[in-house]
Design a protein around this ligand. Structure first.
Ligand code: NAD
Length: 494
């Protein structure tokens, strides 16, 4: 049974702290144990990142990026092993874990394009003989704190461009499934990344609290639940750190009466039940507008009922388990209360939960959900799809506007003018037009609206460079000494 250790300064660093078990959610077997970092261990990781900073940031941008090509290749070459680890600790299906590795490779590839966006403005002659220009520097040691649901992809989205910009990293993966990222740290090291540039510290909220308080951590990039994101943002900002904190989602998919029912039903089922609904961009509410509702709901129900739950290592598996027993109990609680809230359970995943060793829950479909019900208010983060029926487009938009979360919103329609209106009207950071999970490619920005994100910056896209760097604005005059005189008035341009 592997007992994991931190990865600091290019090598394993065993912990003197307690260890917590890591479970395989599909079997409920313990597959390893991970340390809960002590404060001094977090400090050692930050110190390693700080020591590595001058030489790493002192390398040329092109040299750093050249190395990123090798890091990308190292992840690509380890694809099969990484897929197996993701399945074993996350319970993803084979196809979903494979897709995560593919997207992670793309995320490192995107960081390579930092070279195209790194340049800063230079203005010649802002005043006589004076040029003004901005000089970019890495922000420093970046703490990257990530959730369980993308154990490879999210830490790499957080870290790859940060590394390209010349920063050094202390990554704190989820305590539920940290092995994948540890392996990546080893791969990076073998591929030539200098010691201390990418460190992984294992632990829980106590490690995060130490990172937030540590004077040598300059920036914090966090992805996780809304409640924690809010706290991270507030505490980090109080300590004068740069903080971007991305939280949960409750994503609505509006289906207009003119939509193609089969196309919309396929999309809803894929986006609601993929990864057992454990995606921040999962569709968790279908808003059926007007006359389409009955046939749409039936098309979704038929498809959801046919999903194959279990055997995550088999290519045929479609629905895996949820991450922990607590998650399973919490999700079942929502289904238990659905009828009392006035909703109707059309497909009941609890039947499956009773019959399997893993933390499985079958696909669940609940109709006649209304805003105000807990089912609609909360991010359930499981294979539960709610149907809200409304008579008009305006009411569909009102349902989305009233919700506190705004990661993504999608509309299914054949009418371009309605789609354009929806882009303007829907209060969410990512909009899908006949696309159910509008998680953008990495060269476009990603950030939710409302309580889905506590930040002014993006998680990816070229604007992220501004979060990961700081600039100085230089005004420079080169004159012959004969031109100088004493002038006490405020500088004017001439
Ligand atoms: P989580 O908030 O429980 O944990 C995320 C990270 O924060 C983990 O590393 C954890 O150790 C740490 N943490 C947990 N509680 C903490 C506390 N009180 N103080 C400080 N640190 C703490 O999230 P999770 O259950 O691992 O992941 C699921 C959540 O992440 C969902 O809400 C999902 O929507 C969200 N998510 C958001 C995005 C996005 O881009 N917006 C992407 C993926 C997941």
């Amino acid at each position: 049974m592997p007992e994991l250790a931190h990865f600091v300064c290019g090598r394993s660093m065993p912990s003197a702290g307690a260890h917590a078990p890591i479970f395989n959610p599909a079997t409920v077997n313990v597959v390893g144990s991970a340390p809960i970092a002590l404060e001094r261990e977090v400090d050692a990781a930050v110190a390693a990142a700080k020591v590595a900073l001058p030489s790493w940031s002192g390398l040329g941008l092109q040299q750093r990026v050249n190395l990123l090509f090798d890091l990308r290749q190292s992840v690509q070459d380890a694809r099969d092993e990484l897929v197996r680890t993701i399945i074993a600790e996350t319970g993803k299906t084979l196809s979903d874990a494979t897709a995560e590795v593919t997207r992670a490779v793309e995320a490192i590839g995107q960081a390579v394009t930092t070279t195209s966006h790194y340049a800063t403005p230079f203005t010649r002659g802002v005043s006589s003989g004076v040029n003004t220009y901005e000089v970019r520097y890495p922000v420093g040691v970046v703490a990257a704190i990530s959730p369980f649901n993308f154990p490879l992809l999210i830490p790499l989205v957080q870290s790859a461009m940060a590394i390209a910009c010349g920063n050094t990293i202390v990554a704190k993966p989820s305590e539920r499934n940290p092995t994948t990222l540890l392996r990546v740290a080893e791969l990076f090291s073998r591929a030539g990344l200098p010691d201390g540039v990418f460190n992984v510290i294992l632990g829980d909220r106590s490690a995060v609290e130490r990172l937030l308080a540590h004077p040598d951590v300059a920036a914090v990039t966090f992805v996780g639940s809304t409640a924690v994101a809010r706290q991270i943002r507030m505490r980090g900002v109080l300590n004068n750190k740069r903080v971007q904190a991305f939280g949960g989602g409750k994503n609505h998919m509006v289906v207009m009466p003119d939509a193609d029912i089969d196309f919309a039903a396929d999309a809803a089922v894929s986006a609601a039940y993929g990864a057992a609904g454990q995606r921040c961009m999962a569709v968790s509410v279908v808003v059926a507008v007007g006359s389409i509702a009955d046939s749409l709901v039936e098309a979704i129900r038929t498809r959801a009922a046919a999903l194959r739950t279990g055997n995550v290592n088999e290519p045929s598996a479609q629905l895996g388990p949820v991450i922990t027993e607590q998650s399973l109990r919490r999700i079942i609680g929502y289904i238990d209360n659905a009828a009392a809230e006035g909703a109707r359970v059309l497909l009941d995943g609890r039947m499956h939960a009773a019959g399997d060793a893993g933390w499985y829950l079958g696909p669940t479909l609940i109709d006649h959900v209304k805003p105000g019900m807990a089912l609609h208010r909360d991010e359930i983060f499981g294979p539960v799809l709610s149907i809200v029926r409304v008579p008009s487009y305006e009411q569909a938009v009102a349902v989305i506007s009233a919700h506190e979360l705004g990661n993504g919103a999608a509309i299914f329609t054949r009418d371009g003018s309605v789609a354009n209106r929806f882009t303007d009207d829907a209060s969410a950071g990512q909009i899908g037009i006949n696309v159910p999970i509008p998680a953008p490619v990495y060269f476009h920005g990603f950030a939710g609206w409302k309580d889905s994100a506590f930040t002014e910056s993006k998680l990816h896209g070229r604007g992220t460079i501004d979060f990961l760097t700081r600039t100085k604005t230089v005004s420079a005059r080169w004159l012959e000494p004969a031109d100088s005189s004493v002038e006490l008035h405020f500088p004017t341009n001439r």
